[in-house]
Design a protein around this ligand. Structure first.
Ligand SMILES: NC(=O)c1ccc[n+]([C@@H]2O[C@H](COP(=O)([O-])OP(=O)(O)OC[C@H]3O[C@@H](n4cnc5c(N)ncnc54)[C@H](O)[C@@H]3O)[C@@H](O)[C@H]2O)c1
Length: 254
């Protein structure tokens, strides 16, 4: 499929995981990809692989966000797609009883304020073009509670979801679609390592997933490519769950 032929797509956190899988998928579908990541080594490698442009930026810094969209526009002449995906889930963000204000704030800055900056600074380009598609990465934890809490992470993803909904509604008649993808747990190297060491921890989560396994990053990327493309032309302000059925489940199959 070549649904994104010559579209200019800016992807944050494209050096790893869901962002990297999406950079590959977008490039396969014909997009010109701008790979944004804090990590220069990973970002450069990803950009080289997909024939894209690497821009180093910290998405929690407004000037960096302004510069990355400006660079994309100066280089390729438009900004058609923004996949605002970079995010963190550090170990010091845990139960509300033990999570300190610094850990809380850092996660809010990187996961939520960054999406505010990215939307704020990409929408003017899209308004001038009369067209654009924004996909923000939320999470299934934005719609469900967990006893294994990461309190700031969960609150940040709830914020991403609510902001996405509002922007989708506000800019709907200007040709700009804004959607949130809500991935279920993804089979990342980090997750694999953690669960290999502690199978009970994996099982406690797997039991809730009707499909019976974690997602592959490529499966999230496929959904993002759909939302970014004109195939999703009547979809905006949506919470698009790609969660193996988790958020609909009560009793799962044995
Ligand atoms: N992995 C999961 O199970 C899962 C589930 C639901 C939602 N998500 C969300 O998906 C997104 C991507 O997650 P992932 O698992 O692919 O993560 P990852 O850690 O594999 O990749 C994230 C990338 O973002 C970059 N990054 C981190 N902070 C940055 C900053 N301030 N500025 C620029 N780049 C920065 C990192 O260098 C890294 O390359 C995140 O928003 C995450 O919360 C992940």
């Amino acid at each position: 499929m070549q649904r994104l032929q010559d579209r200019v797509a800016v992807i944050t956190g494209a050096g790893s995981g869901i962002g990297l899988a999406t950079a590959r998928r977008f490039a396969q579908e014909g997009a010109k990809v701008v790979v944004v990541d804090l990590d220069e080594v990973a970002g450069t490698k990803a950009a080289d692989e997909v024939g894209g442009l690497y821009v180093q930026a910290d998405v929690s810094v407004e000037d960096d966000v302004v510069r990355m969209f400006q660079t994309a526009h100066d280089t390729f002449g438009s900004v058609d797609i923004a996949f605002n995906n970079a995010g963190i889930s550090p170990p010091d963000d845990d139960s509300i009883l033990t999570t300190g204000i610094d850990a809380w704030r850092r996660v809010q800055e990187v996961n939520l304020t960054s999406v505010y900056y990215c939307c704020k600074h990409v929408i003017p380009y899209m308004r001038r073009q009369g067209k654009g598609s924004i996909v923000n990465t939320a999470s299934f934890v934005a719609v469900m509670g967990s006893a294994t809490s990461q309190i700031s992470y969960t609150a940040s993803k709830g914020g991403v979801l609510a902001m996405t909904r509002e922007l989708g509604v506000q800019f709907a008649r200007e040709g700009i679609r804004v959607n949130a993808v809500c991935p279920g747990p993804v089979d990342t190297p980090l997750l694999q390592e953690l669960f290999a060491k502690d199978p009970e921890r994996a099982q406690r989560r797997l039991v809730h997933i009707p499909i019976g396994r974690f997602a592959r990053a490529e499966e999230i990327a496929a959904a993002v490519a759909f939302l970014a493309s004109d195939d999703a032309s009547f979809i905006t302000a949506a919470e698009f769950l790609v969660d193996g059925g988790i958020s609909s489940a009560y009793v799962t199959p044995l």
